[in-house]
Ligand binder design. Sequence first.
Ligand code: TEU
Length: 563
Amino acid sequence: MTFPESDTVPLATAAQAPWWTRAVVYQVYPRSFADSDGDGIGDLGGIRGRLDYLAELGVDALWLSPVYPSPQHDNGYDISDYQEIEPVFGDLAEFDLLLAEAHERGIKIVMDLVVNHTSDEHAWFRESRSSLTNPKRDWYWWRKPPADGGPPNGWASAFSGPAWTLDEQTGEYYLHLFAKQQPDLNWENPEVRLAVYSMMNWWLDRGVDGFRMDVINFIAKQVDLIDGPAPATGGGSPTGPQIHDYLQEMREAVFAGRTGEHLTVGEMPGVATGDAVLFTDPARGEVDMIFQFEHVRLDQGANKFDVLPRSLRALKKNLAHWQDGLAETGWNSLYLNNHDQPRLVSRFGNDTVWRYESATLWALVLHLHRGTPYIYQGEEIGMTNVRFDSIDDYRDLESLNHYREAVDEFDLDPGSVLAGVQTMSRDNARTPMQWDASAQAGFTTGTPWLPVNPNHTEINAAVDRAAERSVFRFYQRLIALRHESPVVALGEFTLLEPEHELLFAFTRHLGDETLLVVANASDSPLDSPLPVDVSGAELVLGNYPALGAGSGLGPWEARLYRL
Ligand code: TEU
């Protein structure tokens, strides 16, 4: 196969490219990572105690899900004080210690910025709701009841039910695209924007290295829709055009003039590649990269819990669509799971017979795409979904609200609704990190807030790292490869055999170097010849012991060649 000389060196030469093009980020869900005080909830002390583990893995930065004070209705994504630490996780002194010890190991810390909404217990909202004339009334979205007394429009909350709640205190509705305990901030109000920028500067002055920005595209409401007729379907406000102004203003107010290496990644449900180019074009000064959702919605029907059959063809084409969309300008994040998604080996692989092979196949495939890979805690040891037999064992607000609405309001069969929750619930990713085979998997000496997955006796960091076939060691190799090889970070991506339903194959090309990935994403051997002659190629990495034996691929076998 001849490769067209890439006439555009993507992004920049390796030396000039930003640090995050060569970096791998590890997401810590603090509540479930490591508990240092025995209360059954993970905390900052627990994370500090595992920094050597993370340094050994080789990651460059940690993204901490929220650790600020919160009533915990949405496990911390309902923040009641942006400049403190939730006591259950620790305090600011412990945070500073964690930050210092992470930096000592060359690991950056990125905070979760949740500013589309606050908690209903935040002082800002308590003031805003106190009276129609309170100076902070316009910090949130309030509307008088329409003539029929119902909500102002037909928007639905992402967590079931309407996106408006009537506040008896002043007889007006307030907007919440998520839970009613998460009222949306009004970003049209410059006072809100300035307060957020001030808080961001406070954290950067403290030494943090950037932000993951929660549903940041939702902060720009299409105001005419709020006051216009109810949209035909439910759902919240599509992103308004002013989002670009807000992000450029934020960049200028918070990062301009700062030295050092920072990272901003915007979580943006519903964004397409054309928007993503605008958001991540370095010349526009908005964000460095975004989390888009197209690939993790391919197996969802009417809603997240309406699970459709998976298609490799659809998945690899969508990932390639994003590679092509941002090849010239902008930058991709790369993820297959996080605290909101099921575990990748259960969703995209085979988490029983071929767990090691499928976990490492998806690791190789994802980490050899062009973009910044994100590892979700436990992914690096092949942790799987959990399966609770009763809805009463689930804790996730999204899952519980969905179940209640589906069964109580829509009268759907409880068994089939529970099956959807078992497959897609966010709790699949939130069972405690499995450190060893002891009673609570080494996560806590107390009673965990969410039961430990019973399979922790076989699947845990201690066993995996000592194993001949170690998922952890495989991730170590991939991370090291990204650090060492500009072609991994910057090389041009070309998908091969796009119509093949079992084979995932692609090349990466930079200068005179070409890498080839071939992967058999199925439970059966794939005997067809590889799409490229590899007879003279170097086998760089594979997940089968007899590396490179023959041209066929075993079940869930993945190989990386240097051509
Ligand atoms: O999630 C944004 C979001 O769109 C979620 O509804 C997500 O799509 C869904 O859970 C996938 O099933 C962010 C945070 O990641 C999530 O944990 C929060 O609950 C949510 O925002 C509200 O802050």
